[in-house]
Design a protein around this ligand. Structure first.
Ligand code: SAH
Ligand code: SF4
Length: 400
């Protein structure tokens, strides 16, 4: 792991109270496509013939250099910079707390305006996981999640709203800001090399914003993280899986977690709407899946629930014919959960069985558990849900 050069502005570990939130006075340009940027330039009087060139400059400053103010954009004329600054910002979501785990994992708590009442704030989390050969950023797609998977902390939180494309791209930009990871790094290397849409929320229930954001993140004239290094994880929103392949073209991960519908209905309630057979068919149809671009099947190891060798056998049988790898995730506990993580020797036996059947079966090392940054532990400020409210939300998710 390379040493990190800390940015100067320190962020507190403890966040400031939500009530102190001041909503932005002007819209940010972050998250806009080239066409949308051209429209905004038109609104401030840039002539049509000039727009394409100006968009290219802006794109470079925003997404390649990570400029934090219009003043930094020295190749753009002063007049246009002043005009831009009068109407827009280049603000990312506000970082209100930063926690660093003893294993180097970092978690940022970001504050956003609530969708309907701009005076109120929402919060979302984003996690950076450094490894020797890569640095992975785990990005959120929603504040909370409508899908109440029974083993997931985020699932206990009320869905407050979908994130916008700007707020999704903004998480990547915050990470690059905080890690001094823009194009002008002296050694030319990058800290954030991979993106996983595995933070809070179900990305395929916020399809358009996730698509628009990932197209920006993958654009090689900007942030430039290749689509092969971006993985979208879904609990199984079948109608949007093939669409994701066609319109976004990133790597796919499926939160399978159970091999029988009866158990999966319990663990991932969305299974009642899209059962295992339909889910696996969508995987077979996923554009671009091949032995070189395998689909990852995530499988959380829950003691005495889904971790028997019979489960492993059925898993191998189910995945036949799909270019797949299996990622075993030791269950990460959170306050109030009834589940326990499988015993280590059981995880090893399970892993060995699928490995011997010809599948790569790495066990995901839990990272950042001490700061509740590991898979499924994310949960921002929340209102407690009554059982009735939870049921209503679940019904809503099942019918839309
Ligand atoms: N909503 C998407 C992506 C976010 S969750 C999805 O469900 O795929 C990212 C991964 O963490 C999923 O595979 C999810 O099932 C898993 N996960 C959730 N809670 C967990 C927990 N407590 N321990 C381990 N993995 C968990
Ligand atoms: Fe939502 Fe994914 Fe958690 Fe299920 S596992 S509740 S889909 S974030």
């Amino acid at each position: 792991m390379q040493p990190t050069t800390e940015p100067h502005n320190a962020i507190p570990v403890e966040k400031t109270p939500l009530e102190t939130y001041v909503p932005p006075a002007k819209p940010s340009l972050i998250g806009l496509s080239r066409t949308e940027l051209a429209d905004r330039l038109g609104e401030i009087g840039v002539a049509p013939a000039q727009r394409k060139m100006r968009v290219q400059q802006l794109w470079h400053w925003l997404y390649f250099r990570g400029a934090q103010s219009f003043d930094d954009m020295t190749s753009i004329s002063k007049g246009i910079r002043a005009e831009l600054a009068q109407h827009f910002t280049v603000d990312r979501p506000e970082v209100v707390a930063e926690q660093i785990s003893n294993d180097g994992t970092r978690k940022w708590l970001l504050r956003l305006p609530s969708g309907d009442n701009l005076q109120k704030a929402h919060e979302v989390e984003c996690v950076y996981i450094p490894e020797t050969d890569r640095g992975t950023l785990c990005v959120s797609s929603q504040v909370g999640c409508t899908l109440n998977c029974s083993f997931c902390h985020t699932g206990t939180q009320r869905l407050v709203r979908n994130l916008t494309a700007g707020e999704i791209v903004g998480q990547v930009m915050v990470a690059r800001d905080r890690l001094n990871d823009w194009a002008d790094r002296e050694d030319g290397t990058r800290r954030v090399t991979n993106i996983v849409m595995m933070g809070m929320g179900e990305p395929l229930y916020n399809f358009d914003a996730v698509r628009d954001a990932l197209l920006i993140v993958g654009d090689n004239e900007g942030i430039g993280i290749s689509r092969r290094r971006i993985t979208l994880s879904t609990s199984g929103v079948v109608p949007n899986i093939v669409r994701a392949g066609e319109e976004i073209g990133v790597m796919l991960a499926i939160s399978l977690h159970a091999v029988r519908d009866e158990l999966r209905n319990e663990l991932v309630p969305l299974n009642r709407k899209y059962p295992i057979k339909e889910l696996l068919q969508a995987c077979r149809d996923y554009p671009g899946a091949s032995n070189a671009r395998r689909i990852t099947f995530e499988y959380v190891m829950l003691k005495g629930v889904n971790d028997s060798l019979d489960d492993a056998k059925l898993l191998v049988k189910l995945l036949k014919g799909i270019p797949a790898k299996i990622n075993l995730i030791p269950f990460n506990p959170w306050p109030g959960t009834a589940y326990e993580c499988s015993d280590w020797d059981q995880i090893e036996k399970f892993s060995e069985y699928i490995f011997n059947a010809g599948y790569s079966s790495p066990v995901r090392t839990p990272r950042g558990r001490d700061i509740l940054a590991a898979c499924g532990q994310l949960k921002s400020e929340t209102e407690k849900l009554s059982a009735r409210e939870r049921q209503a939300l679940r019904a809503m998710a099942m019918t839309d």
